[in-house]
Unconditional design. Structure first.
Length: 207
């Protein structure tokens, strides 16, 4: 994939890439797009390929994502769920289901889901909506959100750093068998996540 090819990234320039990552990290927090996993893996690659300070890049990406999340939380806090929904570029039926699930989890686990939900696929940025609607205190929201974003970011930036440090090895060893195994693992993860989501959705609709 060319967008995670080190040569492609280096040709774009470190500063340009970092600016794009900051913008995308912010829009991921606010609009849920693009995927945070891709942003963070590329962030890890940049650190590895350019010997950048990990903590500085990590802090910049965490804070820019937090800012996007905080705006979504503030909109929900001030004007409610209906207004927050209007800015999200997600198909209505999909958004309805995701909001239903995250509201159910929020009612079940309380404000702790702000931290836990940050580490759930698909749902992590949507946690800001029920947190805002429930008027969770700004201090508590900030603490749980920063902790959750930091955990999520560490995982995927670490993957990016490993990929950057061993890119030639992966190219040499990662043949069709390795690719097939990776795809199978991703399908299994997606399948079990889907099953979990459907179960939660059924429970949420019963309430």
């Amino acid at each position: 994939m060319s967008f995670i090819n080190p040569d492609f990234i280096l040709n774009l320039g470190t500063t340009n890439i970092l600016i794009l990552l900051i913008i995308f990290s912010f829009t991921n927090g606010l609009f849920l797009l693009p995927a945070s996993q891709v942003i963070l893996i590329i962030g890890g690659l940049i650190i590895s390929l350019n010997n950048l300070n990990f903590f500085i890049v990590f802090a910049i990406l965490v804070l820019s994502n937090f800012l996007g999340n905080y705006i979504l939380y503030f909109i929900s806090f001030k004007w409610g769920e209906k207004t927050a929904r209007k800015i999200l570029p997600i198909r209505k039926k999909t958004l309805d289901n995701h909001i239903l699930v995250i509201n159910y989890l929020f009612k079940k686990y309380g404000s702790y889901i702000i931290f836990i939900g940050r580490n759930l696929l698909v749902l992590h940025s949507l946690v800001s909506i029920p947190a805002g609607v429930a008027k969770v205190s700004k201090r508590k929201y900030t603490l749980y959100t920063l902790l959750g974003i930091s955990t999520w970011s560490l995982l995927f930036m670490w993957i990016g750093i490993i990929l950057g440090n061993n890119y030639e090895y992966f190219l040499e060893k990662f043949n069709i068998i390795g690719l097939t195994i990776t795809i199978i693992i991703l399908i299994i993860i997606y399948y079990f996540f889907n099953v979990y989501m459907k179960k939660i959705l059924i429970l949420a609709k019963k309430r």
